[in-house]
Design a protein around this ligand. Structure first.
Ligand code: NAP
Length: 488
């Protein structure tokens, strides 16, 4: 990949705030740098919004709300469809931009762009299927009309790990439902979202429907928006810790709230599983996005009779992965997003090893520039290791063993999180028992990936509440109104 192509792609981003359909500098001209995690070098400076900029963004969303809600559903759907087509045409450019700001290999960026844009296609189709009900009251005296209306202006806060898709999963249904919005992408990876602002404007989205605010003073700028009485919904994807504090802030305005929070996914391999399939599934569940996914398998819970075979085969595949800059051909594992993230991965591995785990491959950060960590497999991990409880968010696969099915389920559910679980078994009666008993919002049976725009994505317990995608996704942006009609 040539440096000039990289420069071109970064230069195409408008590094300002997008408010009321205009690109503008932050108050006082403040900016902050965005880094390439493979080199630590600065790619570009983007606008660093202050409190007044945040207020301008919510003002613009509020001003656009009424007219947008009255726009025909087909028109809203067509804008999404058009944006889906533009994104698809520009996949190469958008993928390179994403790899530069986030580090994941180009193939992974392309996969995210395909996944992220599908939310626009899916919700383009849902926009014209919003409907209500009509019924006769039990006493026959009145008619009951139930209709759906947009919730109103929304605030969307997204994380760095999927810079585009975590946004489109919220923006798509909000546009389809007729809501306006303020979007705040992660400070580490704001570029894909800024580019999306241009694409949606090009697709015909009216001014003020989507407003994008980038800032380093996140809490200070977000809190007044959350406490603004005109805001009607807060949707957040990120860590459980930040999610908890945002739920508290949103209590004041009794906002509609969706929280897509952290995970600690168990990946159970039963003794009757097809081990080769389980290893392939494990590679997907662990290594998608370099392990920096809320859905990433965090704990491999493997029957003791197949643990050695599973561990050996998984180790062979993990050791074979090429690590390097995501823009280069054939690279499967890019850098982690920042030094802090890499150091946390190293800390969790070191803790597990100190408590008795064995390193089958990896276990260290290579020397040189960039925030790399080698793909790692750990066996004989004790249950008191921190990695059994904490989200590792990196390319590390810890293997725990079990003997009885009920022990596997008990271990799988022994976490405050409840986003997703995976189980591999060829016994369908067991599969049913297992998916019914797992305390998670999603389960993958004999598959290592669950994300699908046509399915409801979301968690239970400390992984949050609310669903994104599927038929449920648009409901998060709709209110139900009931009208009683007297017969007279
Ligand atoms: P994070 O630190 O919670 O940040 C997420 C977003 O919240 C960022 O935009 C961040 O802004 C913002 N933020 C931080 N402090 C805030 C505050 N006081 N008020 C308002 N906003 C604030 O999480 P992350 O490290 O970016 O993302 C990783 C986490 O996201 C993991 O736990 C992962 O499991 C979770 N995740 C969950 C899902 C899901 O669907 N369940 C999907 C993807 C990721 P700054 O960038 O400025 O800090």
């Amino acid at each position: 990949m040539s440096d000039s192509r990289e420069t071109q792609v970064v230069d195409a981003v408008n590094p300002q705030l997008f408010i009321g359909g205009q690109w503008r500098a932050a108050e006082g001209g403040k900016t902050f740098p965005v880094e390439d995690p493979s080199t630590g070098k600065i790619l570009v400076e983007v606008a660093d919004a202050g409190v007044a900029d945040g207020k301008a963004a919510i003002d613009a969303a509020v001003a656009a709300q009424q007219e947008w809600a009255a726009t025909p559903p087909r028109d809203r759907g067509e804008i999404l469809r058009k944006a889906f087509e533009i994104i698809t045409e520009r996949t190469d450019e958008l993928a390179l931009l994403m790899t530069l700001e986030m580090g994941k290999p180009l193939a992974e960026s392309k996969a995210e762009i395909a996944y992220g844009s599908e939310f626009f296609r899916w919700f383009a189709e849902e926009a014209v299927r919003i409907s209500g009900r009509y019924s006769i009251a039990p006493n026959g005296a009145t008619r009951l009309l139930t209709l759906k209306q947009p919730v109103g202006p929304c605030l969307m806060i997204t994380p760095w790990n999927f810079p585009l898709a975590m946004g489109t999963r919220k923006i798509g249904p909000a546009i389809a439902a007729g809501c306006t919005m303020v979007v705040k992408p992660a400070a580490l990876t704001p570029l894909s979202m800024l580019r999306l602002g241009d694409i949606l404007a090009e697709a015909g989205l009216p001014d003020g429907v989507l407003n994008i605010v980038t800032t380093k003073s996140t809490g200070e700028v977000m809190e007044p928006i959350i406490r603004d009485p005109r805001l009607r919904k807060l949707t957040f994807t990120g860590s459980t810790e930040v999610g908890r504090s945002l739920v508290e802030q949103s209590a004041q305005g009794l906002l509609r709230v969706s929280m897509e929070l952290g995970g600690n996914a168990p990946f159970i391999v039963f003794d009757d599983a097809d081990i080769d399939d389980a290893v392939d599934g494990a590679m997907l569940a662990k290594m998608r996005n370099i392990g920096e996914a809320c859905t990433a398998a965090n704990r491999f819970i493997v029957h003791e009779s197949v643990a050695e075979e599973f561990g050996t085969k998984l180790t062979a595949k993990m050791a074979d992965l090429s690590v390097g800059r995501g823009t280069e051909d054939g690279i499967k594992v890019g850098p982690l997003v920042e030094a802090k993230q890499r150091d946390k991965v190293a800390e969790l591995v070191d803790d597990a090893v100190d408590k008795g785990a064995t390193i089958l491959t990896g276990g260290s950060a290579p020397d040189g520039e960039g925030y790399y960590y080698s793909p790692t497999v750990l066996s004989d991990v004790p249950l008191d290791a921190r990695i059994a409880k904490e989200e590792v968010f990196g390319p590390v696969a810890p293997i725990f063993t079990f003997t009885e099915e009920e022990d596997a389920l008990q271990m799988a559910n022994d976490t405050e999180f409840g986003l997703v679980a995976y189980a591999f078994t060829q016994d369908y009666s067991r599969a049913i028992r297992v998916y019914e008993a797992l305390e998670t919002g999603m389960v993958g049976i004999n598959q290592g990936i669950v994300s699908n725009p046509a399915a409801p994505f979301g968690g239970v317990k400390a992984s949050g509440f609310g669903r994104e995608g599927g038929a449920e996704g648009i409901e998060e942006y709709l209110e139900t109104k009931y009208v009683g009609l007297a017969l007279g």
